[in-house]
Design a protein around this ligand. Structure first.
Ligand SMILES: NC(=O)c1ccc[n+]([C@@H]2O[C@H](COP(=O)([O-])OP(=O)(O)OC[C@H]3O[C@@H](n4cnc5c(N)ncnc54)[C@H](OP(=O)(O)O)[C@@H]3O)[C@@H](O)[C@H]2O)c1
Length: 325
């Protein structure tokens, strides 16, 4: 039995830090100061970005050195096992999506539908394990989402991971095209997939939906203003899905990482989270019946600062404006 993680408890008006409990076995030093800051187009400097607290947290002793993710607990009623699950991961061809597929296989999933716009990009992943089934899926496409649902009638775990980030300001962007694409993928894509798969999960007895959001669902970075808006919308949607799907026993989990070492995170400063840590902390959260997963030490650092003073974190990020062309 895994020990309970340190907690951030949702309190309606925001978050307050729960009591950190030592879980023995050594602590891991945490990155301080800048967490998310100047990508190539961000007009910021060191010392900017998400502020951090200095409180140290212990590493999870059974995580193999990996830092345990920060979670909001919901009790045990929504818990499910990854072992034996049948999962679908959107945007599985790279980044965090590929890490999810690998993590699911590692944790004993029975079958993993790996979905991507370009099914050819899944060749290696599909060849790596007979449990992987490649599916063509653009999450903005109704017909493809319906076809995926028809194929994956045995699904128990939906992972809405696909996302796009334009890294642009709300006003400095030349037009609305990127903002619309962010909404189409990051918000409507999650909504479309959840609507398509909710009845299937109900027939499976509940299961879970995981929505890969961002710390920018909680606070807005003006230099990625339209992306932040799409992720905030997706967090609002996640809460609504959770409430609506409770009666059918489907857990709905939000994942809110800071910067991750993927193509999307390339313009963001180091250190960055490893995609596999995001995936594994999330799967831990799924098994614990968690509502919100804050994966890795970097994210927890920001959550601590946010818990202490959400307005201060927002004020800090509000100083990071997009570059003016
Ligand atoms: N990286 C970070 O710093 C970070 C931080 C917080 C949250 N996140 C979130 O984590 C998730 C995964 O991002 P990542 O870091 O792994 O980024 P990534 O390496 O850029 O991967 C994005 C994935 O989404 C897919 N995708 C984009 N539009 C799609 C569409 N219309 N239909 C289906 N798939 C689509 C991409 O497929 P193609 O190869 O076809 O483009 C790719 O597989 C995203 O939701 C992102 O917002 C990332």
């Amino acid at each position: 039995m895994r020990p309970a993680p340190d907690r951030v408890v949702s309190t309606g008006g925001g978050f307050r830090a729960g009591q950190a409990r030592s879980r023995g076995a050594g602590s891991r030093s945490r990155a301080r100061g800048v967490v998310i800051t100047n990508g190539p187009r961000l007009a910021s400097a060191q010392g900017r970005g998400f502020p951090a607290t200095n409180r140290r947290r212990p590493a999870c002793p059974d995580s193999g050195g990996r830092d345990a993710g920060e979670t909001v607990q919901t009790g045990t009623e929504d818990e499910m096992k990854v072992e034996g699950s049948v999962a679908l991961v959107t945007g599985a061809n790279r980044g965090i999506g590929t890490a999810f597929v690998q993590g699911l296989l590692q944790r004993g999933a029975k079958k993993v539908y790996a979905a991507a716009r370009d099914v050819g990009a899944l060749k290696e992943l599909a060849a790596s394990d007979p449990r992987v089934i490649a599916l063509p899926l653009d999450v903005t496409n109704d017909a493809q989402a319906r076809a995926a649902a028809e194929r994956a009638q045995d699904l128990t775990l939906l992972i809405n991971n696909a996302g796009v980030a334009g890294m642009q300001g709300a006003l400095s962007a030349p037009d609305l095209s990127v903002a619309r694409e962010e909404m189409e993928v990051n918000y409507f894509g999650v909504l479309r997939m959840s609507r398509m798969f909710a009845p299937i999960l109900a027939r499976a007895g509940g299961g879970a939906i995981v929505n890969v959001l961002s710390m920018l669902s909680l606070v807005t970075l003006p230099a990625a203003g339209t992306y932040s808006a799409s992720k905030a919308a997706a967090l609002a949607l996640t809460r609504s899905l959770r409430a609506e799907l409770k009666r059918q026993g489907t857990a709905v989990i939000a994942v809110l990482p800071v910067q991750v070492d993927t193509a999307m995170g390339q313009g963001l400063p180091e250190p960055r989270l490893k995609p596999e840590d995001v995936a594994l902390d999330t799967l831990d959260g799924v098994e614990r019946g968690t509502e919100e997963v804050f994966p890795g030490a970097l994210t927890r650092n920001v959550v601590d600062a946010f818990a202490a003073d959400p307005k201060a974190v927002q004020a800090h990020l509000s100083a990071m404006l997009p570059a003016v062309n």
